[in-house]
Write a protein that binds this ligand. Structure first.
Ligand code: SAM
Length: 264
């Protein structure tokens, strides 16, 4: 073969991927107890150490009893994946028109927005995520992030996780007001609970029908600083840059951030 002539190819042959048959054969000897011992006991499962691999994996898989979505608007996409990981979900928004729009979808009314492409993404087998989500949503509440208890006069909490998408920067006149809104929202979260936030980067306005709504432009550094300052440790931070083809004149957003942060 070529490997007789070329020593590099000989090395490649030695480290070549195992065949499908070899992989299958390997699994015939799989010992669950050894696997558990190797990966899910000391030293890998050291809950005393934040940097240890098992606590790290667990933090990636955010889950819990109650999830609260703040400033839901008329949308539900932001809680679709939560459906699998939380027992109950509360949606909330400042505007009655948005709460009505959400109720339409929850009640399956014919003129509700069609979220079915969202519910099918990513594609999974034999799905009825819509029904599961409808069952898990226990309410659509009024909220105002500028109030010390954003859910006043209702009270809830503390919840295991909070999602909020394109809300805080879109409802705050300045940085001080965004920071106080974040502090208010944070009171609803249990210590150790997760804040999952998506928001607009460097946006100054967006259109919503006849109105042009002002937005507080924020950049990555400021978002990180505000969230850390509100008493969180940021676990994940990602940025999406809006491609030119999606700049369609409905806002001036530069990009979108996603963060996952744990309340200390
Ligand atoms: N979460 C949705 C999304 O991802 O598209 C909607 C985001 S929309 C840009 C901002 C939302 O914040 C609107 O639904 C608006 O009604 C809501 N809002 C406005 N003032 C608010 C306040 N003081 N407290 C909470 N939400 C507010």
């Amino acid at each position: 073969s070529d490997s007789h002539r070329n020593p590099l190819l000989a090395v490649r042959d030695c480290v070549k991927m195992s065949s499908v048959a070899e992989v299958k054969q390997g699994y015939e000897l799989f010992d669950p107890r050894a696997y558990l011992q190797n990966n899910y006991t000391h030293p890998r499962a050291n809950f005393e150490s934040e940097d240890c691999v098992v606590p790290w994996k667990l933090r990636c898989l955010v889950r819990g009893r109650t999830l609260l979505d703040i400033g839901s608007g008329p949308t539900i996409y932001q809680v679709i994946s939560a459906c699998e990981h939380f027992e109950e979900i509360i949606l909330s928004d400042y505007l009655e028109v948005n709460r009505q729009e959400l109720s339409k979808w929850l009640h399956g009314e014919p003129d509700a927005f069609d979220w079915s492409p969202y519910l099918k993404y990513p594609p999974t087998r034999g799905d009825s995520k819509a029904e599961r989500l409808r069952q898990k949503v226990k309410g659509v509440w009024r909220c105002d992030v500028q109030q010390p208890n954003p859910l006043h006069p209702a009270s809830l909490g503390p919840v295991d996780a909070i999602t909020t998408t394109f809300c805080l920067e879109a409802v705050s006149a300045d940085k001080r007001s965004l920071e106080s809104a974040l502090a208010n929202v944070t009171t609803l979260l249990v210590p150790g609970g997760f804040l999952l936030m998506i928001g607009a980067l460097d946006e100054s306005y967006y259109l919503a029908g006849q109105v042009r709504i002002p937005v507080l432009p924020v950049d990555e550094e400021y978002v990180k600083q505000a969230v850390t300052g509100a008493g969180y440790r940021i676990r994940v931070f990602q940025t999406y840059i809006m491609p030119a083809g999606l700049k369609i004149g409905v806002d001036d957003v530069r990009g979108v951030f996603y963060l996952q942060a744990q309340k200390l």
